[in-house]
Design a protein around this ligand. Sequence first.
Ligand SMILES: Cc1cc2nc3c(=O)[nH]c(=O)nc-3n(C[C@H](O)[C@H](O)[C@H](O)COP(=O)(O)OP(=O)(O)OC[C@H]3O[C@@H](n4cnc5c(N)ncnc54)[C@H](O)[C@@H]3O)c2cc1C
Length: 502
Amino acid sequence: MPVDPVRSIVIVGGGTAGWMTAATLAHYLHGLGCRIRLVESAEIGTVGVGESTIPPIISHLAALGIDENDLVRKIQATFKLSIEFKDWTRPGHSYLHPFGPTGFQRNGVDFTAYWLKCREAGVAPSLEAHSITAVAARQARFMRPVDLANSPLQHITYALHLDATRLAAYLRGYAETRGVARTEGKVRAVALRSEDGFIESIALESGERIEADLYIDCTGFRGVLIEDALETGYEDWTRWLPCDRAMAVGCERTGPLSSHTQALARDVGWQWRIPLQHRVGNGYVYNSQLVSDDGAREILLSGLEGKPLREPLALRFTTGRRRLSWNKNCVAIGLSAGFLEPLESTGIHLIQRGAFLLVSLFPDRSFRQADIDAYNRRMAFEYERVRDFLVAHYSQTHREGEFWRYCREMELPASLKERLELFRSYGRIIRDPAELFSEQSWFFILTGQDVRPAGYDPRAEDIPAGEMRQFLERIAEVVGRCAATMPRHEDFIAQNCAAPAL
Ligand SMILES: Cc1cc2nc3c(=O)[nH]c(=O)nc-3n(C[C@H](O)[C@H](O)[C@H](O)COP(=O)(O)OP(=O)(O)OC[C@H]3O[C@@H](n4cnc5c(N)ncnc54)[C@H](O)[C@@H]3O)c2cc1C
């Protein structure tokens, strides 16, 4: 059958999702002669949060040919090696979820098995001591990986902390230079084709009517196309992720520039701290039945390190995902496709995944159902696995209080229950290779949250604990020495990518 190419795409929404999708499509589809138009409404605005990312953003930017130092300079970004979870396990406790590989494999057995064995024998060095990104993050250091065989410095894996509004503006410049046309306007109505319910056109408040073959809904929580027009439906995950509001505010930076995000547990929910070059982003994520907005505002403001820069912004949300990310000739990307709270900084990553997957499964005008189904299965899997990872943080704690008791006692998703049972047995993590978070990410989180396996992988019996302890200590020592050679994060930025003074 001859291909009937898509000739026009309309993206509705100009937040991070809209402009990141526009930039990605403009880059990958430039040879197809397909017109891309983005409609956004300054009057509605964007959520304006979303400041902490995970490592795949680095390869995404590189794939688009974006110069990382130029981007960092222009969007006041900083570098991120890890997330610190403070007070999550119990008040006073702190652990890191560092990026990148840690330790070694020996005869196919992961280092974590040997570490568990040494811990059981009471001779294990701290888990963090084996991770270059954890040690560097604790010391507020940063540099990019270097190509040095056998050195932990080659394993440095990083992401960015960024100013969301500036990122969208940067990507807008990128997309417009590559031919994306922007229209300022508010979508007032969506017309559906009578024969199959596909979107036929959108009407703007100005009276203009726009037709396209493919529509991308990046309208945020509203879901103007995917929900208001197509009534796709939403799967609500509040029973597992019970926070439904956030209060966000920037404040002045007071101390040295850290190279990790902080997630600080609170009596009801948690608070983020994200260091940028010109300010620190803060937000309190909470359950509105257990704390009022005024109460949340006070908790947020009393937990700031520096002077607030404006009044806190309140946001409401329902965690979950759209039943179908792609419905007929409309693909939802960003908050319109679902929302998982920012505990592991996955929002922007899910936008990237949505945009890349759309490129991989790019349709023609016949919109074959097999491609649509493949896209929806893949995105559902991505959302569900990230959800399980987040729920693991909430449910495995020793914290007291109504909120945390609920999280501890709630019925878990079956997929997470199975994973926890397996971990509680021999400390093993078996995952689908396509999952976002690695075995080691799971290990750091579950160990950090004090989930104790009954034993360790029997294959780790191939070496006595005392001998293994010496080996682990040597690794920790090398990691420590290498981290000490890394520049301080703020010096690295000053030398490579400092933003001009505001
Ligand atoms: C509290 C909170 C914290 C977060 N923290 C992180 C984080 O640390 N890391 C991370 O990766 N992600 C985070 N996220 C997620 C991240 O913010 C979003 O994924 C990202 O900003 C994308 O938003 P969006 O573009 O989908 O929606 P929005 O920013 O809401 O943009 C919607 C766009 O649609 C337009 N629009 C809406 N209706 C219409 C209409 N009728 N006509 C025309 N235009 C319209 C708006 O004008 C706007 O341009 C966080 C989200 C929240 C809520």
